[in-house]
Write a protein that binds this ligand. Structure first.
Ligand code: AQP
Length: 333
């Protein structure tokens, strides 16, 4: 079945293995299926929900674009564009904000995590981030949204908002209710320093994550230093309960090697972590280093990257611009 795919990544620097295994690797598979129509957005409006340096932001928009292409997304097949250039996203977010109950937003756990203890100081933008995400998705009649597990709740909100809009304005099926595409296994890659915390760009310790631009030495070193426990690797997955670091390393190994956990347990059951770490470092070098080399090559080609984005903006504008005009008519403008 042909799918309309939409997903985005924030240009906030330090794209990491979690972004790759949780999201970008799936984008590439979807891009490679000729039946799909894919749109991958550099969600720069989302990025400014937290203060950004303007020069870094511009560089990060290009770096995220370079990462998409270096990972295997073909810009002649899929639309790649920067969100802030297509005005319909912000406009649609306003329309949806006006009908979104605050109670729904108050349940969003990512806001609670990102705002931390000092909620009063967090931006309104961070609070309504999921509504902008809903606008992004709904403007393109998206059928499927590939994201990491951490975005599941936001996607449920998107579905609820689409249904509420259609009901409130009596326009059945106008906003298409999208399905999430979340990997069944290892859809949440955890920190290398703490198996209970998500691998994240904003973690102050660089040793908590493998960045997609890390050098070979950095990758090997980070895996060597990754936290483990004192027991040998088990033979069965039930024995991984309460061993988050062991589960995470085996998960990363399985995911990057495209094999299931049972196969990895068969390979490493009874062995020491040093065996798993050596093998994991080797696989990471073979899969991540070529991407890293390609990012470094592309990142200096501003002309090419800006052209990819500009072409993407034109194509995205055509789709989203039409939808927002229809949306306005439905609302009564
Ligand atoms: N640790 C992760 N495991 C699996 N998937 C992940 N994603 C992010 N972290 C993990 C997925 O990557 C896509 C793009 O994410 P994003 O850059 O738009 O924002 P994020 O989820 O806020 O990423 P971070 O690293 O967690 O950033 P900070 O540190 O700023 O909060 C999404 O599909 C996401 O699910």
């Amino acid at each position: 079945m042909s799918k309309k795919i939409f997903s985005g990544v924030q240009p906030t620097g330090n794209l990491h293995l979690g972004n790759y295994l949780g999201a970008i690797k799936n984008f590439v598979d979807l891009n490679n299926d000729d039946q799909n129509k894919c749109i991958f957005c550099v969600v720069d409006l989302h990025a400014i929900t937290i203060k950004q340096d303007k020069h870094e932001l511009r560089n990060n928009i290009r770096e995220t674009t370079a990462t998409f292409i270096a990972s295997g997304i073909d810009p002649t097949k899929s639309i790649i564009f920067d969100q802030s250039k297509v005005h319909a996203h912000a406009e649609g977010a306003w329309f949806l904000s006006c009908m979104a109950p605050m109670g729904w937003l108050n349940r969003m756990t990512q806001f609670k995590e990102k705002a931390g203890k000092d909620k009063e100081k967090a931006s309104i933008g961070l609070y309504i981030y999921p509504i902008l995400m809903a606008s992004d998705i709904l403007l393109y009649d998206t059928t499927h949204v590939p994201v990491g597990e951490d975005q599941k709740q936001h996607l449920e909100l998107t579905r609820d908002l689409a249904q509420k809009f259609n009901k409130d304005f009596n326009c059945e099926d106008f906003l298409r209710v999208p399905e999430p595409l979340i990997k069944k296994h290892f859809s949440r890659i955890m920190s290398l320093k703490d198996g209970k915390k998500k691998m994240s760009k904003s973690d102050p310790s660089d040793f908590s994550r493998i960045n997609l631009t890390d050098t070979k030495d950095e990758i090997v070193n980070k895996i060597k230093k990754a936290k483990t426990d004192s027991l040998p690797i088990p033979y069965e997955d039930q024995k991984l309960k309460d061993r988050p670091e062991a589960e995470n390393l085996l998960g990363i190994y399985s995911s990057i090697s495209d094999q299931n956990l049972d196969k990895s347990l068969e390979e490493f059951g009874g062995k020491n972590f040093s065996d798993l770490k050596n093998q994991l470092a080797e696989v990471l070098l073979s899969k991540i280093s070529p991407i890293s080399d390609e990012i470094k090559k592309l990142i200096n080609d501003y002309e090419y990257l800006d052209k990819v984005l500009a072409d993407g903006v034109n194509k995205a504008e055509e789709i989203a611009g039409k939808k927002i005009v229809e949306m306005k008519k439905i609302i009564g403008f």
